[in-house]
Design a protein around this ligand. Structure first.
Ligand code: Q46
Ligand code: ZN
Length: 303
């Protein structure tokens, strides 16, 4: 197996590109993909302040590392969601990396700062922990980015994540989600910060290689609530298709972005946006879900 670029010894074979790379040429390919994605979708440039959402897993650590290395003005953001040992370990990984590389990081602890407990809220509202957790994260990503004057919020979503999300959305024809699925979600309100996914053409495996080659510490464990998630089933199905027909995932995403997504745009535009009467953040209801969570948590500690 020879490296397709330098003809040296290949160490990683990428079936969908029918190409093997040596370590240095893999890093060259990886860098190029990220730079190309940022440029193609006008995600941000070197003058912009970018808030990078970090979970401590391989994808977000790879993103933080490459953007900092390429000279972008990045600040990491970690949210401690109170998920036992998983949260404690991931926070440690994030703090270690920031300290070692002299990078800025904003750390928020939802229990300590807002009195929020995703398990209690999940019971009280009869909603899954992931749905509560997802709402809290989305709110904080935007609020912190908006308050801090950031131009974009970057997440480490990879090709496998994007293809699995797309498959899930297509299976139930979630028009609203299909309209919003994109490597760039432009701001549609002055208080909504643009969301970007610079790694959307790179697979989980490629991100893993990137962190291993660069000796970046990351948390190997997944969140315990990710186990059994529908998205994992979709990833397995897509992996089987990919095995038989390399390039399926990338084609699925790129052809959706080029040919499919435009057909859902009018659904997206119909959503009426308001400002929360308590915190002023953008919502579709009078009081945003985050403020409702805080109110409910306070009532339940008072009683
Ligand atoms: S939503 Fe669910 Fe994730 Fe929150 S509870 Fe864990 S798995 S972290 S992306
Ligand atoms: Zn609010």
């Amino acid at each position: 197996m020879k490296c397709v670029r330098c003809k040296g010894k290949g160490i990683i074979y990428l079936k969908r590109h029918n190409a093997a790379f040596c370590q240095d040429c893999f890093l060259y390919y990886y860098n190029n993909q990220v730079k190309k994605n940022i440029k193609k979708h006008k995600m941000f440039d070197k003058k912009d302040k970018v808030l990078v959402v970090i979970s401590g897993g391989k994808d977000s650590m790879a993103l933080w590392h490459i953007l900092a290395k390429e000279g972008y003005n990045v600040t990491g953001m970690y949210i401690n969601l109170g998920i036992g040992e998983y949260s404690d370990k991931s926070q440690q990984v994030v703090e270690n990396f920031a300290q070692k590389n002299n990078l800025e990081v904003i750390i928020k602890d939802i229990k300590k700062e807002y009195g929020l407990d995703i398990y209690k809220l999940s019971k009280l509202l009869k909603r899954s922990t992931c749905s509560i957790c997802g709402s809290i994260k989305r709110y904080l990503f935007n609020k912190i980015a908006y308050d801090g004057g950031f131009s974009a919020v970057a997440t480490g979503h990879n090709l496998d994540d994007e293809a699995a999300t797309l498959l899930g959305n297509v299976l139930s024809w979630e028009e609203g989600y299909l309209a919003r699925q994109s490597p760039v979600l432009e701001s549609t309100h002055p208080k909504l910060v643009k969301k970007v996914k610079p790694l959307y053409t790179l697979t989980e495996r490629e991100n893993l290689f990137y962190v291993l080659i660069n000796k970046i510490e990351f948390l190997h464990d997944e969140c315990p609530h990710a186990v059994g998630a529908r998205s994992i089933l979709y990833k397995e199905v897509l992996n089987s298709l990919e095995e038989e027909s390399p390039g399926t995932k990338q084609r699925f995403i790129t052809s959706f972005l080029e040919k499919g997504r435009k057909h859902f745009q009018d659904v997206y535009e119909k959503v009426e946006l308001k400002e929360c009467s308590i915190c002023g953040q953008v919502t579709t209801t009078d009081v945003c879900s985050f403020c409702r969570f805080v109110r409910l948590s306070n009532q339940n500690t008072e009683n």
